[in-house]
Write a protein that binds this ligand. Structure first.
Ligand code: ADP
Length: 207
């Protein structure tokens, strides 16, 4: 399974999403995360050697990729039309993280227009860093996207401090948050992602 994570702007949880989806896939089969973002933030995250899957940068990918069942690709931020064309044709599912604020949603519109123009079908927007209730930003953003018939993951990822602690310690969020509340959202997103790809590959009839 090849999953690519791409975003219209930085700071929307792209690398965090790539790391936690790779951790989800690693539970079932060897998973490689390719860090294609020039910031190399996932390579930095992985430096402590505590992530449960293998991380390499894209220059090393050719040598390693055959040893893994699943590949997650973290791409550079601000993908343009040519980038998106290549990205879409090179993965089973494109995950587009977006925070639920108007600035981010507005910036993502361009990406969505491009995906529509190039005829992309296998993509889903993932709402990330959602402020906790009673704030309604997450729900409002979802309603807005669904009203525009944008494909959105059923689950969004809530904002919790554990994500920053996880980066600082070089681990996934489940390791710093023993109660597991912070990792629940990515678990659900991971399950939905697997169902979707199974469906695209004809291994399942209904996602
Ligand atoms: P990008 O790759 O899009 O630049 P990152 O994954 O690096 O975004 O996330 C940007 C910042 O937001 C980082 O400091 C990260 O720890 C934090 N972050 C990401 N997801 C969450 C979340 N669900 N809750 C709280 N902070 C988060």
């Amino acid at each position: 399974m090849v999953i690519t994570v791409a975003s219209h702007k930085g700071g929307v949880g792209k690398s965090t999403t790539a790391v936690h989806l790779a951790a989800h896939l690693q539970r079932t089969a060897p998973t490689l995360l390719i860090d294609g973002d020039e910031n190399r933030s996932v390579m930095q995250w992985a430096k402590a050697g505590k992530l449960p899957f293998t991380v390499i940068d894209e220059r090393q990918a050719a040598m390693h990729v055959r040893n893994f069942d699943h590949v997650v690709i973290d791409t550079k931020a601000r993908a343009d039309e040519d980038d998106l064309k290549s990205i879409v044709s090179g993965c089973h599912l494109l995950v587009v993280p977006c925070t639920p604020d108007l600035l981010s949603l507005g910036a993502m519109t361009k990406t969505l227009e491009t995906l529509l123009r190039i005829g992309a079908k296998r993509y889903r927007v993932l709402l990330t860093i959602i402020p906790p209730k009673p704030n309604r930003q997450g729900e409002e953003a979802r309603e807005l996207l669904l009203a525009r018939q944008v494909p959105v993951f059923d689950t969004g990822v809530r904002r919790t401090v554990a994500f920053q602690q996880a980066v600082a310690e070089g681990v996934t969020v489940g390791v710093v948050d023993r109660a597991g509340l912070s990792s629940q959202d990515y678990e659900k997103v991971g399950e939905e992602m697997v169902r979707l790809v199974d469906c695209y590959l004809g291994r399942r009839v209904v996602a």
